[in-house]
Design a protein around this ligand. Structure first.
Ligand code: AMP
Ligand code: TRP
Length: 340
């Protein structure tokens, strides 16, 4: 818990899965905002390893990926003294509340979740029960801390609505005013980053092509090569954003430039109007190397110091549990379980 006394806007909870290489989309869409929110909110950030195993994870890799995700947040500027940083499986309260919520949520609600439909694809019968009930665990993550705000991308909005439905049904089933209704925090600064190979697909860890994404561990030569090979069209850059309609790849590169430079896209275009992509890509590479260089260097340093990262996660788990356990005890009383 922080004792700085200035965190008046509420309690934040957010998480991301340790399923592999973190990329520029994770940074500009999520992690960078997490860092900024620390100023005004009490923040709890979680590496959601229980969520990760809803699809099979190689046990030889999972711990490394968990450390790597934590190292990314630290390198980006999550301050482990100000905020709580931990991995989900170290705080059993998440799993316990998720079970209670699985008994509150209705099948009909979960049947509507589009992420399950996307991830399970044609093989619904073969998907794990965990993948299906994933949103009840996500609701437990948030409500076991009675978090008030959850910064997420668009893709998670439906899960947050479900979290509100679960909180409401729990309150009305048990006749209490216990769980708050959380607010999504869709931030203006959150940028949706698309694949460098296809401007209509999200930049993603699971894309088989390495050239589709800038990984946060890429060195300057790799970043330069990936931007050079990034798909574009033959037209010069327009003077304003309206001129990028139906040019998704060009729009994506301009969006990335503006996000990294913290400028408006129209202002960026004013500088490059009429130019071809060669110069623009060279400037984008310089900018990305400048902005990501310190983060990458810190990630590499932390990789050589796994003991430090493990210590941060252990300390975070202890502080997280200190908030979650009293809440879970009250929930057990509300449900009517015999006290231990
Ligand atoms: P994931 O990598 O799917 O576990 O997502 C972790 C966080 O990064 C979530 O908050 C996502 O909304 C965000 N994120 C993932 N991919 C992108 C992307 N291409 N653009 C913007 N945000 C993203
Ligand atoms: N479902 C989120 C994702 O795939 C990760 C997540 C798990 C999460 N629990 C959460 C995000 C709680 C916000 C709050 O990105």
């Amino acid at each position: 818990m922080t004792d700085s006394g200035k965190k008046t806007l509420g309690r934040i909870f957010s998480g991301a899965q340790p399923t592999g290489d973190m990329h520029l989309g994770n940074y500009l869409g999520a992690i960078r905002n997490w860092v900024r929110l620390q100023e005004d909110y009490e923040c709890i950030y979680c590496v959601v390893d229980l969520h990760a195993i809803t699809t099979f994870q190689d046990p030889r890799l999972l711990a490394g990926h968990t450390r790597e995700a934590a190292a990314t947040y630290l390198a980006a500027g999550v301050d482990p003294k100000e905020s709580i940083l931990f991995n989900q499986s170290q705080v059993p309260a998440h799993a316990e509340l998720a079970w209670i919520f699985a008994c509150v949520a209705r099948m009909g609600w979960l049947n509507r979740m589009t992420q399950f439909k996307d991830k399970a694809g044609k093989h619904r019968e073969k998907a794990s029960i965990g993948l299906y009930s994933y949103p009840t665990l996500m609701a437990a993550d948030i409500l076991v801390y009675k978090a008030t705000h959850v910064p997420v991308g668009d893709d998670q909005k439906q899960h947050l609505e479900l979290t509100r439905d679960i909180a409401q049904k729990f309150n009305s089933d048990f006749g209490v005013e216990y769980f708050p209704l959380v607010e999504p925090l869709i931030l203006g600064g959150a940028t949706r980053v698309m694949s460098l190979r296809d401007g209509t697909a999200k930049m993603s860890k699971s894309d088989p092509s390495d050239y589709s994404r800038i990984s946060l561990t890429d060195d300057p030569d790799t970043i330069a090569r990936k931007f050079r090979k990034a798909r574009t069209d033959g037209e010069p850059l327009p003077g304003e954003i309206a001129g990028l309609k139906d040019r998704p790849e060009a729009l994506n590169l301009v969006t990335i430039f503006a996000a990294l430079a913290d400028r408006k896209r129209d202002d960026v275009l004013a500088d490059f109007a009429g130019q071809g992509f060669a110069d623009f890509k060279a400037a984008l590479t310089d900018l990305a190397v400048e902005k990501l260089g310190p983060l990458t260097a810190e990630m590499i340093r932390l990789k050589d110091d796994p003991g430090y990262v493990d210590g941060v996660l252990r300390d975070g788990a202890r502080r997280a549990a200190a908030i979650a356990e009293p809440i879970l005890r009250e929930v057990r009383d509300i449900v009517g379980f015999l006290r231990p």
